[in-house]
Write a protein of this length. Structure first.
Length: 678
């Protein structure tokens, strides 16, 4: 059973729960506490961690402990119900200041066992919990932070589109009394899962709450034959006594430890040039060759050919599934373009969307039975003029693997942008079953096979922008495309949401055109570049449409990113807020970090308020230097000149308690500082 989840406590003199828990009227004589795997039917009225059936009849499960292994950083409990013929193994591993939960159910009976629910984690929340921080979103508006008081009755965040969704990772932050970015108790969780999911919080009747996280299973989706097992997605959980930033740092460490980089370690994240908003579907050898030359002059190190390169792909209505170069646009294939990109000193990348098919394609003409929903016989709803291939079928995965192998063996591709541009509807397999869960496992299996066969290739996870950002793909990908919206003001909020779960080196962040294609708003180049700088920096525009001064300025930003990227992409990332809508983030260590201060919208203040930096409280002296800025306002303090040149000296305690004096940022203004121990 659960006794506590929170700060470390001394349990040497802990009295048994049965002797300390008060009884309640209209309740069982013996209270039923929160078990490691709670089940309904025996006096537990909170959310159940396991629901299953045999022959359509719900089972009243009674689990008893068969064995518990407890080590320094690992606990494993085996629970069994011999009467109903099943056992459950719960493994908890402590690493990177997180706990990872893994739950597996095994059918030990003689007949099929249908699984309706297996929670990845069911956890107690303290009576001091006050606020839930979750994220919602849509295409071009991902990762919108939502703040809710802990519920009187109950709270649910659920996604049923078959993929992670534009609300970001399946996760939740729970803030204690007075908790914020830098102080206070915070409990948090995210699922290692890329499909339908549910996170719920319910009051426990004793002043606290119960937190549950799980993959959502459709009726009949998971059936275990005798001897078979089902593994729930892992859950990464964290408690912090140092505010939200304590959780963020732990999440980043946990995600970083799960990534497999080509060569074993992460190299400096190369400057990325993506062709999509530069040319869209207007592809041909000459146009893309000229774009590659312009990218190289800007200092790009990787050139990614986005959608539009394959057979019949003059728009988004045709071609998906036929993964060979369009003979009209590329009469000699893609090899000459790839060779030119390499000769310019850049790596060659390619956009693909292998999980999808257009009805107007040779693949669909040959295999209409390969799409989800084909078994229903009903008309299939299209989205972006495409259908979803049934990755639960081995022959579909084999075809896609063979097709991708042909591409990767005949072209010098070192990078794939792997897209997924629609929800799963209908999510019905060729066998007529709901296939949402199995579809995710099929996608993971295909990614894993490609990664194993081509270990030197990096892959970007994209799903209509940020629709598939989660810890499941973090173990398989090397970059996430956070949003198709490159408007810098929009991106400020989107990227802050991203950084609460994922480290900055995984965050694709591009300098786009002005006006922004997604919103029509215009922003200065310096502001666009500063917003993109802390992530995996890239460019997505057509340089031919820029003036010479802008080209020179963008070249400057590319060079600056190359100088600071290693400092941005290692160590700790802190987030914080200043006065009147100002936001900031810092990357590095307490005595050596880069600080980005951003004001997305104009302020009502006559002067910028000083910015407190709590992580400097124990650092005696620091030098602060203003490296770069996008400051539209000219009324600046005289000390700004010194800060731009040699820097200004401060005591760390002053900056932690009173704050850093800031230049007037106006609206859509930003500044990048270097802070180093003196």
């Amino acid at each position: 059973m659960w006794r506590h989840w929170g700060a470390p406590v001394d349990v040497t003199a802990l009295a048994p729960l049965a002797t300390t828990q008060p009884r309640a009227t209209f309740s069982t004589d013996v209270p039923v506490p929160l078990a490691l795997v709670p089940v309904a039917g025996a006096g537990w009225f909170g959310p159940a961690g396991l629901d299953c059936r045999r022959a359509g009849k719900p089972l009243v499960v009674r689990l008893s402990a068969q064995g518990v292994v407890c080590e320094t950083d690992r606990l494993e409990a085996v629970l069994a119900d011999e009467d109903n013929g099943l056992d459950v193994t719960v493994a908890v591993v402590a690493a990177d200041d997180c706990m990872r939960f893994a739950v597996m159910v095994r059918n030990t009976g003689a007949t099929a066992l249908q699984i309706d629910r297996v929670a990845s984690a069911v956890l107690p929340l303290s009576p001091s919990a006050r606020t839930l921080i979750s994220f919602s979103g849509r295409h071009n508006g991902e990762l919108v932070e939502q703040r809710t008081a802990v519920p009187t009755h109950g709270w649910v965040r659920e996604q049923r589109q078959g993929l992670t969704g534009h609300g970001g990772p399946p996760g939740l932050f729970v803030l204690g009394e007075g908790a914020g970015w830098h102080r206070g108790e915070v409990w948090a969780l995210q699922l290692v899962w890329s499909g339908n999911h549910r996170i719920l919080v319910e009051p426990d009747g004793a002043g606290g709450w119960t937190l549950l996280a799980e993959a959502v299973l459709a009726s009949g989706e998971i059936t275990l034959l005798p001897g078979e097992s089902f593994a729930a997605p892992e859950a990464i959980t964290c408690f912090s006594a140092t505010g939200r930033n304590g959780v963020i740092a732990a999440f980043h460490r946990s995600i970083r430890s799960a990534i497999t980089w080509p060569g074993g370690t992460m190299r400096a994240r190369p400057v990325h040039f993506n062709t999509w908003e530069g040319v869209y579907f207007e592809h041909d050898d000459a146009r893309l060759g000229a774009l590659a030359e312009a990218a190289a002059r800007l200092g790009a190190e990787r050139f990614v050919v986005d959608d539009g390169w394959f057979v019949g792909r003059g728009n988004d209505r045709a071609g998906l599934g036929d993964w060979s170069a369009d003979p009209v646009r590329y009469p000699r294939g893609l090899a000459p373009l790839a060779e030119k990109v390499l000769s310019l000193g850049m790596e060659f990348g390619l956009w693909i969307e292998p999980e999808m098919v257009n009805p107007d394609s040779q693949l669909y003409l040959d295999h209409p039975e390969w799409v989800l929903g084909s078994a229903t016989g009903a008309p299939l709803p299209e989205a972006r003029h495409q259908l979803v291939l049934d990755l639960t079928l081995p022959e579909v995965r084999e075809h896609l693997f063979s097709t991708l192998c042909d591409l990767l063996r005949h072209l010098p591709v070192t990078y794939l942008k792997w897209d997924h541009n629609r929800a799963l509807a209908p999510a019905v397999t060729a066998q007529g079953n709901c296939g949402s869960h199995a579809q995710v496992l099929g996608a993971w299996a295909l990614w894993d096979r490609i990664r194993a066969s081509f270990p030197d290739i990096e892959i970007e996870a994209c799903a209509a922008g940020g629709g598939r950002i989660d810890a499941g793909f973090a173990a398989r990908a090397h970059r996430f495309w956070a949003s198709d919206n490159i408007d810098a003001t929009s991106r400020t909020a989107i990227q802050r949401g991203f950084l609460q779960f994922m480290p900055p080196e995984l965050m694709g962040a591009h300098v786009g055109a002005s006006p922004a294609h997604a919103t029509g708003r215009s922003q200065a180049l310096d502001f666009r570049a500063l917003v993109a700088l802390p992530g995996h920096f890239g460019i997505e525009l057509n340089p031919e449409r820029m003036g010479q001064q802008e080209v020179e300025r963008l070249t400057h930003w590319v060079a600056l990113y190359k100088r600071v990227r290693d400092r941005l992409h290692h160590g700790t990332c802190w987030l914080g807020e200043g006065a009147d809508g100002l936001v900031w983030q810092a990357h590095g260590a307490p005595g050596d970090f880069l600080l980005l201060v951003t004001r997305p919208r104009p302020t009502s203040l006559a002067r910028e308020a000083p910015l407190c930096l709590p992580m400097l409280g124990d650092v005696p002296q620091v030098m602060v230097r203003l490296i770069e800025s996008a400051i539209p306002h000219r009324l600046q303090a005289p000390a700004l000149g010194a800060m731009r040149s040699s820097g200004l000296r401060f005591s760390g305690s002053w900056l932690a308690g009173n704050g850093l004096p800031l230049p007037h940022l106006g609206g859509e203004g930003a500044a990048l500082f270097e802070v180093r121990a003196a």
